[in-house]
Write a new protein. Structure first.
Length: 389
């Protein structure tokens, strides 16, 4: 872990770095070694019991009484809490960190921030701290929630999400560039952008396009704006709900989301897809980076990826992954023949040729797809709006 590479990064002493390294290493061990042991234990025990499980729920029920499952779950919860605690400790030791965001010293690089006081936070976002993040995405009302998210994500992801936590954005933007070479986007919208870490790569990949990041949480947008300016990348951040996107019909070329849908109740996912279809130009593309659907995975993998729904304050996770992803697109107006799904390696960790070969093939699901690990494979799905002009 090299630490965040921008001027808003928290100032950290050696004790703080050691605290973060411990937390990251512990998480990596739980999510790789201990997870591997839990899987082996399951394979052996389920054969011995003579039970074959056909769903993630059945695997979950079977494992609940087993020691390795309890160790895994307990340590994942503990390390998740440690992630946020370590960041709060760092913020307390650097009290000017939030002030640096509120009064940036950087000259403007052309981005903007548009907040809208009439936008109401949905009840679910005020009712819980999603993935145990203290204060959720809105925090105490200032930009601190963004500081918590950026610094927390760095500890959480133990180095597998790219130098600037932006590998998902680079992977999805380059997948889009390679799959639709005829697309010359003028407007790209990242919905549920949080602090914009996966928004910047769209501007870096398509420099002629205007890139906008939309989210409901003003604290994250405020931080995201300061962060984008610190990187010198002009992004326009706007506060809005995904069910009322502030764009005219057929005005956008690409609508993108990343790790977003699983945090929404189903009715809002459906509303977002309708909005995406409405604002896309004919030939425009909706691309969502997400966890793969349960119908593409075996019972054990379904259990493994749904774990967060039960133990990590992610109440919509399983319901989302149980949905038909094609159905989401067709219900919103896309045609089934324009649906796509893909798996791909991390763009910033491989050569472009390797990325193009792997992402150009049919989606291939393996035990690394969607798992946070050194060998992670990203999954994306969406659709191109028919009627190319
Ligand atoms: C897991 S984060 C998304 C992460 C980010 N896109 C990434 O690439 O890592 C979910 C985001 O969705 C936002 N959000 C939740 N409900 C929303 C809604 N109804 N409309 C727009 N944004 C929403 C939250 O504020 C939060 O920033």
């Amino acid at each position: 872990m090299a630490g965040l590479q921008h001027s808003l990064a928290l100032k950290k002493d050696l004790d703080q770095r050691a605290r973060e390294r411990f937390t990251s290493s512990m998480r990596a061990w739980v999510l790789t070694d201990l997870a591997g042991q839990m899987h082996s234990d399951y394979e052996k025990a389920s054969v011995e019991s003579g039970q074959g499980h056909t769903s993630g729920e059945a695997v979950h029920q079977f494992l609940k009484g087993r020691d390795l499952f309890k160790w895994y779950s307990s340590l994942r919860c503990a390390t998740q809490e440690l992630v946020w605690q370590s960041v709060l400790t760092a913020i307390a030791a650097d009290p000017e960190s939030v002030e640096r965001i509120n009064s940036p010293s950087e000259a403007s690089h052309g981005g903007s921030l548009t907040l809208d006081a009439t936008v109401q936070l949905p009840a679910y976002s005020e009712a819980m701290d999603v993935h145990l993040m203290p204060g959720n995405y809105q925090g105490s009302g200032d930009a601190e929630a963004g500081v918590v998210y950026d610094n927390g994500l760095e500890v959480f992801s133990f180095g597998v999400m790219g130098k600037n936590l932006d590998d998902i954005g680079h992977s999805m933007a380059n997948y889009t560039r390679l799959k639709w070479p005829e697309l010359k986007p003028q407007l790209i919208v990242d919905v549920g952008c949080t602090i914009g870490h996966n928004t910047l790569p769209w501007k870096q990949t398509f420099p002629d396009a205007e890139v906008q990041g939309v989210d409901i949480a003003p604290a994250c947008l405020q931080y995201g704006h300061a962060r984008a300016e610190a990187f010198g990348v002009p992004i326009h951040f706007r506060q809005a709900g995904c069910d009322a996107l502030p764009y005219g019909d057929e005005s956008a070329d690409i609508v993108f989301s990343s790790m977003f849908l699983h945090e929404l109740p189903t009715h809002l996912i459906k509303a977002f897809f309708k909005e995406a279809h409405r604002i896309l130009k004919p030939g425009g593309v909706l691309i969502n980076m997400e966890l793969p659907p349960n119908d593409a995975l075996g019972a054990y993998d379904a259990f493994y990826l749904d774990w967060d729904c039960f133990y990590n304050n992610e109440p919509f996770y399983k319901e989302f992954r149980d949905l038909s992803y094609v159905g989401l697109c067709t219900d919103a107006g896309f045609s089934a023949s324009d649906f796509f799904q893909a798996t791909m390696p991390r763009f910033t960790y491989v050569s472009e040729a390797e990325f193009a070969a792997a992402s150009g093939a049919d989606a291939a699901f393996d035990s690394d797809t969607g798992r946070l690990s050194d060998t992670i494979t990203w999954y994306a799905f969406g659709a191109q709006k028919g009627g190319v002009a």
